[in-house]
Ligand binder design. Sequence first.
Ligand SMILES: Nc1nc2c(c(=O)[nH]1)N[C@H]1C(S)=C(S)[C@@H](COP(=O)(O)OP(=O)(O)OC[C@H]3O[C@@H](n4cnc5c(=O)[nH]c(N)nc54)[C@H](O)[C@@H]3O)O[C@H]1N2
Ligand SMILES: Nc1nc2c(c(=O)[nH]1)N[C@H]1C(S)=C(S)[C@@H](COP(=O)(O)OP(=O)(O)OC[C@H]3O[C@@H](n4cnc5c(=O)[nH]c(N)nc54)[C@H](O)[C@@H]3O)O[C@H]1N2
Ligand code: SF4
Ligand SMILES: [Mo]
Length: 768
Amino acid sequence: MKRREMLKSLAAASAFTAAEAMMPGVIFAAAPAGKAQDTLEWKKAPCRFCGTGCGLLIGVEAGKAVAVKGDPNSPVNKGLCCVKGYHSVMALYGADRLKTAYIRKDGKLSAVPIQQALDLVASQLKSTIAATGKDSVAIYGSGQWTIPDGYVASKFFKGCIGTNNVEGNARLCMASAVTGMMTSFGLDEPMGCYEDIDHADVFVLWGNNMAEMHPVLFSRMLERRLARPEIRIIDLTTRWTRTSMAADKVMLFKPQTDLAILNAICYEIVRNGWVNQAFLDKHVTFKAGKTNIGYGLEDKGNFVDEAKPLTFDQYKKLLEDYTPEKVEALSGVPAKEIRYLASLYGDPSKKILSYWCMGFNQHSRGTWVNNLIYDVHLLVGKIASPGNSPFSLTGQPSACGTVREVGTLTNRLPHGEVTNPKDRELAAKIWKVPLERISPKPTYHTVEMFRALDRGDIRFLWIQVTNPMVSMPKLKRYRDAAKKEGRFIVVSEVYPTPTSDIADVILPSAMWIEREGMFGNSERRTQHWDQMVSPPGEAMSDTWQLIEVARRLGFTKEFPYKEATHIKDIYEEYRQFHHGPAHEMASYEELRKRPGVIWPFVNGKETKWRYNAKYDSAAKGDGHDFYGKPDHNAWLWFRPYEPPAEVPDKDYPFWLNTGRVVEHWHTGTMTRRIPVLHQAVPRAYVELHPNDAKRLGLRQGDAVRLSSRRGSLVIPASIDGRGRPAEGQVFVPFFDESYLINELTLDSFCPISGEPDYKKCAVKVEKA
Ligand SMILES: Nc1nc2c(c(=O)[nH]1)N[C@H]1C(S)=C(S)[C@@H](COP(=O)(O)OP(=O)(O)OC[C@H]3O[C@@H](n4cnc5c(=O)[nH]c(N)nc54)[C@H](O)[C@@H]3O)O[C@H]1N2
Ligand SMILES: Nc1nc2c(c(=O)[nH]1)N[C@H]1C(S)=C(S)[C@@H](COP(=O)(O)OP(=O)(O)OC[C@H]3O[C@@H](n4cnc5c(=O)[nH]c(N)nc54)[C@H](O)[C@@H]3O)O[C@H]1N2
Ligand code: SF4
Ligand SMILES: [Mo]
C-alpha cells in the first residue's frame, strides 16, 4: 500500500482522549479477545517515545507484541503510561512496514535483497571518499538511535573513516541544553532526577507543554500537589496549553522575552537581599560572553564565544537594565507577577524545581537562556539537592543516552571533545585505531551539514531513525539540496516517508523491541531491553547495518562482534569510556536485571544528585563541588536580552510558533499508523486567537493561507481548540506531512549551540 493511501484509509475522528488512557495497568484494546493477561509473556522495555523513559511491560504472544502495561517496578512511571506508551507496540504493525531494501534505478525505486543494497552503500561510500575525500561523506542519526547504534556510527565514521561528519537530530532539540550545561558547569546532563518532584514546593515551567509532552512526569507533579495543596505550579508560556489549564498561575509572555524575565528575577533577588552569599562566595564564578552574536543565517558561520571575568558588582550593574517595570514593557508580564516569581525563587523556605524543554532550547539565544535559569538557581543556592533543581527535560528516548553520552555530534567523542588530544587518545586506545585517524577538527552541525550537502561539500549522506525532509527548518532549501545531481542519500527506515522518497537506497530497519538495545532518559537512567519479536522480512537493526557496511570497507578488526552477543560486547566496550566516579555506568548484567540505572553508578549505588558531596562520590569536601569546571565553581553568566532573527512586521504581522500534540510523535510516521491515535487528531491545523480569527473572518475549520518569506501553506483553522495562542500569534503542530509547516520556518539558530529556533518567525495569515 502506498503511504498516502494508507494514511487516507485510516478513518476519521474519534472522541478518544489522552486522559482516558492515563490509567495504570490498562491493556490496550488490541489485546487478543478473551485472553487473560497472565497467559502472556511479559518483558521489560523503556517506552519507544519520549525522553521521560517510562518502563513498560510488553506482552508477547505467538511471536507478536500484543499488549502493554506500565512497569510497576519502574521508578520513573510506577506503573503509569500515557496514551502513546499504551499503544506503542501497534507502531510495529502498520500495513506498509518496509520489509525489503530498495535501490533507485533510472529515477525509480526497486526492491532488492538487503545484502545487495548494503554492497551498493559500501561501494558508494568508498568511491565518494576516493573522489572527494573523507569529509564529503556523512551520517545523520537520532536521539532515537539506541546506544549501540550511535556508538557504532561514531566508531565507524570518526574512528575508522576519520571524519567528524557525524550528527544527530538532537541538534534540533537538545543542543542548547548541552551548551548551556557545558558553559555553566563544564559537564553535560542534569544534576537532579525525577525524585526532585517528591521534594519540591514550587514548580516553574518555562515554556514547555508538559501535560502533552511529558505527561507521566506531569501527572507525578499533579499527584504531589493533590497531597499538598500549598504546592504551586507556575506556567510561563507564549501560548495557552493543557499545561496552563492545570497551573496555579499562568504568565503569558512575548516570544524571546524569557531572556529579560530571567534577568529581572535575578535583579529582584539581588535587590531584596535574597542572594545566598555564602554559596556564591564558595561555589560561583561570574562571567560575561560576547554580545550581538547573530543568527547563523549565512553559510559557514563559525562563532566562538569568550568568557570574560566579571565581579559581582559589575554583574549587579548590568542587571539594572532589567527592572520589573522595564521588563513588563518588553515581555507583557506585569511587574507584580515578575516580583512574585522572584519571591518564590528567593524564599529560603521553599524548594523549587524549574522545568524547560523546546521553548528554551529552540531559541536563537538558546545557550543564553539555559545559562540564565542556572543563574537564578545559583544566586539563591537552590541547586543540586533534593527538590531544588533546574531540570532540562529531554525530548527523545535516547537523546541523552545516545547523542549526548555516546557523543554523536560533530564536536564530540564518546568521552569528551574531538579538539582535546587526551580525549582523542582515549578513543584511539579503546577503538584500537591509529590516533592520527581521529580528526581534531569539528566539521558541520546539522543545519550546516545540510548546507554543505547543498553546496556539494557533502556528497554521501546516510540518514538513520530521523525524517529530516519533514523536520528540518527552511525545508525547501534542504530538500532541493538532497535531490541535487551527484548527491547519494541512504535512508534506514521502518516506513515510507518524505525522506525515503528522496533516497537512493532505502534500508529496512528492525524497530525497537525487534532487536536488543538500550536508551538513556532525561534523568541519566540507562535502560536495556531484549529482542522480543522478529523483524519483518529482511529488516535489520541500524547497528547491524552499520557493521555490515563497515566490514565491507575493510574494518573487520574494528567490528569483530558476533551477531548473537554484539549488543553486550558493544555496550561493554563503550562503558570503558566512562569509567570513573563522574560517569561510571552499570554493567550489562546489572542493566538487564534492573528497571534502568542512573549514572554515575558507583559501588552499586546510583548518584541521584550530582555536584553535592552528600550524594555524589565525585564531589570533594562536604558541600557542593562543581567539579566539571577547572576552578570547581559553577559559572554564572550575564546574558542580555537580544531579539530573535525575524519579528513580525507590516507584511508578515504574526508570530509563527510550532510544536506537538500528545497523541502524535514528531513527524507522525509511527503514531499516524496507530488507528486510535490517528483518529484522535487526524490532521494538522493552525491555532488562532479568537480575536484574530474574528478580525480575519475565520471560523473553525476554514481554510487559512499561511505564508512566510520562505513558503506558504493552506491549512484548516482551529479556534479555541486544544491550545490558544496569544493575540498576534499562530501555532501549527508538525506531525502531519500533508501540511509541511517547515516550508515556512526559518533556519536561524543559536550561534553557540547550532540549534534552530522553530518557535519564532513572521507569517501572514489570510482566509484562503
Ligand atoms: N506527545 C509527544 N510528546 C513528545 C514529543 C512528541 O513529538 N509528541 N516529542 C518529544 C521531543 S523530541 C521534544 S523536544 C519535546 C518537546 O516538548 P515541549 O517543548 O514541551 O513542546 P513543544 O510543543 O515543542 O513546545 C511548546 C512550547 O514552546 C513554548 N515557546 C514558544 N516560544 C517560546 C519562547 O520564546 N520562549 C519560551 N520559553 N517558550 C516558548 C510555548 O510556550 C509552548 O509551551 O517533547 C517530547 N515529547
Ligand atoms: N517545525 C518544527 N520542526 C521541528 C521541531 C519543532 O518543534 N517544530 N522539533 C525538532 C525536534 S525537537 C526534533 S527531536 C525533531 C524530530 O524530527 P525527526 O527525527 O525527523 O522525526 P521522527 O518522526 O521522530 O523521525 C524518526 C523516523 O525514524 C523512523 N523509525 C522509527 N523507528 C526506527 C528504527 O528503529 N530505525 C530506523 N532506521 N528508523 C526508525 C520513523 O518512521 C521516523 O520516520 O524535529 C525537529 N523539527
Ligand atoms: S510519557 Fe513518554 S515515555 Fe512515558 S509512556 Fe508516554 S510517551 Fe512513553
Ligand atoms: Mo526533540
